[in-house]
Design a protein around this ligand. Structure first.
Ligand SMILES: [Zn+2]
Ligand SMILES: [Zn+2]
Length: 175
């Protein structure tokens, strides 16, 4: 996602707002996400702080995830906030040449009139994806013998299985 900042350049204190729906596929690189159900919804603003372009905003996306306990799919909205400072490439190079280490290595830069938020948005979504996906705190998981989800009631094997101690008791009662 690219933001054009031409109107901000040279105007310290000015800001602009942005709101965009970005089509994006995370599922190929994120096993937790099965499918994207909406584009990535991004909104925020960019401010020219004089020393950099300061970006702040939030994003959300509705996805279908796979529960690690019962393996059923469920829908969830991932949302997160982000902030980042982008310094112009020219300024970063000038500061580096002066031996000024105000900007650490790897600080995001921009050149021309465009801010590229791709990396920032990607990192923000990755942080919003839970390590363990659980469809519900009450999820009962799946049957260890047949693999069926136990959230819709019992599978066939659990209903037929009898505690061996009870079985021998039943035998005793029959005699
Ligand atoms: Zn589950
Ligand atoms: Zn079962």
């Amino acid at each position: 996602m690219i933001i054009t900042i031409r109107t901000l350049k040279g105007h310290k204190g000015d800001f602009l707002r942005f709101a965009e729906e970005v089509p994006w596929t995370f599922s190929q690189e994120t096993p937790q996400i099965a499918t994207e159900l909406t584009p990535l919804m991004v909104e925020g603003r960019v401010t020219n702080t004089g020393r950099a372009m300061y970006v702040e905003g939030s994003l959300h996306i509705k996805v279908r995830m796979t529960c690690t306990r019962c393996l059923d799919d469920y829908e969830e909205v991932l949302s997160a906030a982000f902030t980042e400072e982008y310094v112009s490439k020219a300024k970063a190079a000038a500061l580096a040449a002066e031996g000024d280490d105000e900007w650490p290595d790897g600080v995001p830069t921009y050149s021309g009139d465009e801010l590229d938020l791709h990396q920032l948005l990607w990192d923000t979504v990755m942080l919003a994806v839970p390590m363990k996906t659980i469809c519900d705190a009450e999820c009962k998981g799946m049957c260890p013998s047949c693999g069926e989800s136990l959230n819709q009631g019992h599978c066939n094997c659990t209903s037929h299985r009898t505690d061996p101690r009870l079985a021998s008791l039943a035998d005793l009662l029959k005699e």
